[in-house]
Ligand binder design. Structure first.
Ligand SMILES: [Fe+2]
Ligand SMILES: [Fe+2]
Length: 296
């Protein structure tokens, strides 16, 4: 079965982490941003579509909150404090700041997908059953860990890109402050998922079902199971150079769930469905390029 990590994660530790995040990182204010852009046309050409993607995904936090209200009707106080007082207020500012940046670059405003999918509604109806609720909770934490890790990697890369372009204001007053807030989100999900495994909250059949559902439903951040967003994500990866080593990227993004769900699988370095999702995005983007549409 899964290898239990060295350090025991108590609920107290998670609660303290959430409290610390709230104290250390108040939501970034729109008026704290220096809107100087030295060469807007060049920033737009190189990173416009990446900023569009990130802005949309960050603004979709409001749908994510609805999803988790549906999926986790019995969320405890730590979870409620995290998503209500820390995570949503931080992420929505990321979205608003990036959305304004994309408009400063002459691009159209983001159109976040705010409708709950049918699948979530079905799962939500089942989530009132305790064993399903427990599975949904672990899935939610694993999804969070994977998406926040993707955010950390993307912001690191785009920050370097902005610095290379000499766009100091964007780097220092937009990307750096945003980038500082993502690792704390990642740590919350990682700790929460780890605690569920350490405390043996799920029975073997529930873990089995979680693995099956991860295999069936895994998707990269912001793709919402839609072809056009998958292709967009492939474009983001290509621009940021994340497609150079897809296996290395899969290892990074899948580390938490590999350790918690798949450690018993000899020779597996990362969950194969993660690499599959990465390859699919890159291929859809290349297909789109061949058709002559850079970003539809
Ligand atoms: Fe964010
Ligand atoms: Fe985040």
């Amino acid at each position: 079965m899964a290898i239990v990590p060295r350090q025991h994660i108590t609920q107290q530790k998670i609660a303290e982490h959430v409290q610390r995040l709230g104290e250390l990182y108040p939501p970034i204010r729109l008026d704290s941003v220096d809107r100087t852009i030295k060469r807007p046309w060049l920033v737009a050409k190189k990173f416009g579509h990446v900023i569009d993607y990130l802005a949309r995904v960050e603004l979709e936090v409001d749908r994510n909150v609805l999803e988790l209200l549906v999926l986790l009707p019995d969320a405890d106080d730590t979870n409620k404090t995290f998503y209500g007082d820390v995570w949503q207020p931080q992420e929505i500012q990321h979205g608003l700041i990036l959305d304004r940046l994309q408009q400063d670059l002459g691009r159209t405003a983001a159109e976040p997908e705010l409708e709950l999918s049918f699948g979530i509604k079905i799962l939500g109806a089942l989530a009132h059953l305790k064993p399903i609720q427990e599975i949904a909770k672990l899935m939610y934490f694993l999804t969070g860990a994977s998406t926040e890790r993707q955010a950390v990697l993307a912001y690191n890369k785009i920050n370097r890109g902005m610095q290379e372009l000499g766009e100091t204001a964007i780097s220092e007053t937009i990307i750096t402050p945003i980038k500082q807030q993502e690792p704390g989100h990642f740590a919350f999900y990682q700790m929460s998922a780890t605690a569920m495994i350490q405390d043996k909250v799920l029975r073997p059949w529930q873990l089995f079902l979680t693995r099956v559902m991860r295999e069936k439903s895994y998707h990269l951040v912001g793709t919402n199971h839609m072809r056009r967003y998958k292709a967009d994500m492939g474009g983001v990866m290509a621009t940021l150079g994340l497609d150079d080593d897809l296996e290395g990227y899969a290892r990074e993004v899948g580390r938490v769930e590999h350790r918690l769900l798949w450690a018993h699988k000899q020779g597996m370095e990362f969950p194969p469905y993660i690499l599959k999702a990465l390859k699919e995005s890159v291929e859809l983007y290349r297909e789109r390029l061949e058709r002559g549409l850079k970003f539809a």
